[in-house]
Every structure is written in structure tokens, then in C-alpha cells.
Design a protein around this ligand. Structure first.
Ligand code: UD1
Ligand code: CA
Length: 457
């Protein structure tokens, strides 16, 4: 627990996104920009996190209304009158006896270590996160005299000489206890933009004889904000590259670190191989020696050790056991639970079904709402008719069953241990243990039959 307030500014509209969605709700790696900033804030374990919201306010609040978000405080900024005005809206919600860290809801990739170094700089001082940029255009510039920060000047208010300053204000800053409460009400808006600038507090601090500490991020992308779709796309690539590097460092083999997307969290065992264009979403774990082929989408899943996921397989909310072979073109839907050495082949869909060790469904099948035992062989074209148009029903297939091709199992139905179901059967009643069950019209051949011929026009 840090004795600290965090204020996240998120009231801006983001006109250049050209979108009806509030800017901070646009997703980076599948999570809203603001969610990344909140996660970073949380990892500092502060006493308070207050989000200043405005544009699209209801949407923003609704996006963070889960029980896990109950730690957030909210302050509405009805009119966007500037960053100083925005922080002022948060004052009633935060603890004046603690230092306050200001973050931006549209700057998603700041490292926690960078903020920790800002916290170490602070003490009784005002601390700024700054950076030296090859092109500082647009940013507030850090004005120094004899090396000491004296004020920040915004681009639109800057003289040519000030515009030449390469050190910029990231906007992220840490104010000592009580300071914002003292300074913010005195801000004016007599500047080029007619806004209440948070940055004006720097000169106020200096006037009080307070020292201004500065710290820099390790990488400049840590302070990059999102104002347009192009900037969002650029940050997405930087973030994905960082995530890919983490996997490589953990010993995962990636066919191409540029062609993997992680929208959530992936944990991998030893000697995992991931081919190109694999998308991970939510929480995914991959066991030792697993092989994931090209063009798979894997969401909220566990993949067992030594499993092989062949190309173009979709796995959603499912568990794949050790040594299992899935795909190509397989679809595991929510509630699919596969044991060890299970084979699911092309165009097989599994939903809410458990399939025990060594069972196989290798071609074109639908297996929904079922409990399937071990060493079961499901023939091509098998359909479990789980839905009667109103309700879903459960099917049980016991160990060592053989189901011939093109079988329909009309649920609810049970196939007992070791039963064989002949190809083409429509099973509507229990199939007894160890027997052959079939339902088929008897095959007949009509001797002397001739094909119809076309009548001449
Ligand atoms: C601000 C800084 C500038 C810094 C730059 C970094 C000021 C006056 N200037 O500039 O020194 O280099 O950020 O990107 O602080 N916001 C609100 N309510 C408002 C205005 C802004 O919540 O009334 C939020 C925005 O949603 C955004 C952040 O504050 O998350 C910064 O706003 P933005 O307009 O991008 O700041 P700039 O004026 O560009
Ligand atoms: Ca900005």
C-alpha cells in the first residue's frame, strides 16, 4: 500500500479518433486504454484512484462497473476547461494529506518502474515525468534556468526560442500533499487556449521555493498518448512487440515475433512453439512442448503439454488435455473439456462436452452437450442432436463405444459401454452395452429399372 492518490484524466473527447466511442474506451490489446492506465495505477497500490470523466461519461463508467472496479472513484468534469480544471474536479474525492500522481487515461503504456522512480524523486517536491524528443512539436516545453525547472510553457503560448526546447512535459506528474488543494483554485485561463492549465502549477511551486524534480522514462513510448487511430495502431504494435519479447525471454519459440497477437495473458511452459498469425485472448495457458500452428485463435483456454493444435483452429473457453491433437479447422466452444490424447479433426465442433482419454472424432462432426468416455471412436458426419427447438438435452457415450459414420444421436440418449452404432443410424433410444445397434431401412435393388429420359422439345 502506497500512501498516494492517483488521479486519471479521462474527460477528453478525442475528436481525431472520428468515433462515437469515448477515446479512453478504444481498445489496446483488447482492453480499453483507460483499463491499462487503471491497471498501472493499481499496481502502485495507492490509497485512492479517481478517474475524471466527461465526454461519453455514462459509457466510460459502464465499462468499469464490474465488482472488481469498485475501488475506483469517479469525478465528473462537465465541461472540458483544461487539465488544471480536470484535476480540480477530483479534489473532493482524494486525500489532501497524501501526494497525488496525475496520469492520463489515453497514455496506456507507462511502465510501473518509471512511476516508481517518479515516486522516489518526489518527497516534498513537485516531480515531473519529462522526455527529450527529436520533434517536441505540440507538447508543453520544460523551461529551465541554470538547469533548474522554472515553468512549463505550452506549444501555443511558446516563443520561438521556447519552441526550440526539446525537453517536453509528458503530463504525468506527482504533487506533494496539500499542494493541489492550494494551487488549483488560483489558476487562471489567460492563455492562448483559454484553458486552466495544470502545467501552471510548476511556476507556482517555484514561487513557493519548492524544487522541481524530473525523471525520464526508459523508452519514449511510455509517454505516448493516443489521439488518432494511427497512434493507436502504432502503440498496439509496440505493445505486441513487448509481449512477444516477454514470451521469447521465457523460452517460447515464435515463428515470427511480429505475427502474434496477445489480447490478455498467455503463460507458456518449456519448449512451446507458436507459428505465425496466432491470436490469444483472455487467459491462456500452454503446457510444455505444445505446438500451436498458424492462424489459430485461442481464447480463455488451457492447452496441455505436448498437445498439437493444427492450423485454423478456434478454441474458446475450453481445455485441451496433454498430447491431444486438434484441427486443422476444428472448433472447440465453451465447455469443451478434452482429456489426454484426444483427437479432434477437421470440421469438428465440440461444445459443452467432455471427451475422455484416447477418444477420437476426426472428421466433420457436432458434439454438443455430451459426456463421452475413453477410447470412443466417433465416425465422420456424426451429429449429436442436442436441441429439440426449445430445450437442450444431454447425451452420454460410455467407454469403448464405436459410432459409425453419419449417425445422429437424438438427445437425451445413452450409448452403453462397448456398444457399436452402425453407420447411418438415427439413435433415439438407449444403445445396450456391447451390442450392435442400427436403425436403417433395408437395402433393396430394383431389377429392370431404367432411368427416366428427357422429353424432346
Ligand atoms: C497536455 C499538457 C502538455 C503536455 C501534453 C502531453 C497541459 C495544459 N498541457 O497538453 O504540457 O505536453 O498534455 O500530452 O496540461 N483532459 C481532461 N479534461 C480537460 C482537458 C484534458 O480530462 O479539460 C484530459 C484529456 O482527456 C487527456 C489529458 O487530459 O487525457 C491531456 O489532455 P490534452 O488535451 O491531450 O492535453 P494537451 O493540451 O495536449
Ligand atoms: Ca494530448
Amino acid at each position: 500500500m502506497n500512501k498516494l492518490n492517483v488521479v486519471i484524466l479521462a474527460a477528453g473527447q478525442g475528436k481525431r479518433m472520428r468515433s462515437d466511442r469515448p477515446k479512453v474506451l478504444h481498445a489496446l490489446a483488447g482492453r480499453p486504454l483507460l483499463g491499462h492506465v487503471i491497471d498501472t495505477a493499481r499496481s502502485l497500490k495507492p490509497s485512492n484512484i479517481c478517474v475524471v470523466y466527461g465526454h461519453g461519461g455514462e459509457q466510460v463508467r459502464a465499462a468499469f462497473a464490474a465488482p472488481a472496479d469498485a475501488d475506483l472513484k469517479w469525478a465528473e468534469q462537465k465541461e472540458q476547461l483544461g487539465t488544471g480544471h480536470a484535476v480540480m474536479q477530483a479534489l473532493p474525492q482524494i486525500d489532501a494529506s497524501l501526494p497525488t500522481l496525475v496520469l492520463y487515461g489515453d497514455v496506456p503504456l507507462t511502465r510501473v518502474e518509471t512511476l516508481q522512480s517518479l515516486l522516489r524523486q518526489a518527497g516534498a517536491n513537485l516531480a515531473l515525468l519529462t522526455a527529450v524528443l527529436p520533434d517536441p512539436t505540440g507538447y508543453g516545453r520544460i523551461v529551465r534556468e541554470a538547469g533548474k525547472v522554472t515553468r512549463i510553457v505550452e506549444q501555443k503560448d511558446a516563443s520561438d526560442k521556447e519552441k526550440a526546447i526539446a525537453e517536453i512535459n509528458s503530463g504525468i506528474m506527482l504533487a506533494p500533499p496539500g499542494a493541489l488543494q492550494r494551487w488549483l483554485p488560483t489558476l487562471g485561463n489567460g492563455n492562448a487556449q483559454g484553458e486552466y492549465y495544470l502545467t501552471d502549477i510548476v511556476a507556482l511551486a517555484v514561487a513557493e521555493g519548492m524544487a522541481i524534480a524530473t525523471t525520464q522514462p526508459r523508452d519514449n513510448w511510455e509517454i505516448d498518448g493516443v489521439n488518432s487511430k494511427a497512434q493507436l495502431a502504432a502503440l498496439e504494435r509496440i505493445h505486441q512487440h513487448n509481449l512477444a519479447l516477454q514470451l521469447l525471454e521465457a523460452g517460447v519459440t515464435l515463428a515470427d515475433p511480429k505475427r502474434i497477437d496477445i489480447r490478455g495473458e498467455v503463460t507458456c511452459g518449456r519448449d512451446v512453439f507458436i507459428d505465425v498469425n496466432v491470436v490469444f485472448e483472455g487467459e491462456v495457458s500452454v503446457g510444455d512442448g505444445a505446438h500451436i500452428s498458424a492462424n489459430c485463435v485461442i481464447r480463455n483456454a488451457s492447452i496441455g503439454a505436448g498437445a498439437v493444435i493444427h492450423p485454423f483452429t478456434l478454441i474458446d473457453d475450453a481445455a485441451v488435455g496433454d498430447e491431444s491433437l486438434i484441427g486443422p479447422f476444428a472448433r472447440l466452444r465453451p465447455g469443451a473439456k478434452l482429456g489426454r490424447d484426444v483427437h479432434i479433426g477437421n470440421f469438428v465442433e465440440v461444445k459443452n462436452a467432455s471427451i475422455a482419454d484416447h477418444s477420437k472424432a476426426n472428421h466433420h462432426a457436432y458434439l454438443g452437450d455430451a459426456t463421452i468416455g475413453s477410447r470412443v471412436n466417433v465416425g465422420a458426419g456424426t451429429i449429436i442432436c442436442n436441441y429439440d427447438g426449445a430445450n437442450k438435452h444431454h447425451t452420454i457415450i460410455e467407454d469403448d463405444v464405436f459410432i459409425g459414420s453419419d449417425t445422429q444421436l437424438v438427445a437425451p440418449v445413452i450409448v452403453r459401454k462397448g456398444a457399436t452404432i452402425a453407420a447411418g443410424t438415427t439413435l433415439t433410444k438407449e444403445a445396450p452395452e456391447g451390442q450392435l445397434t442400427l436403425s436403417r431401412a433395408k437395402q433393396t435393388s430394383v431389377a429392370g429399372w431404367s432411368r427416366p429420359t428427357k422429353t424432346k422439345k
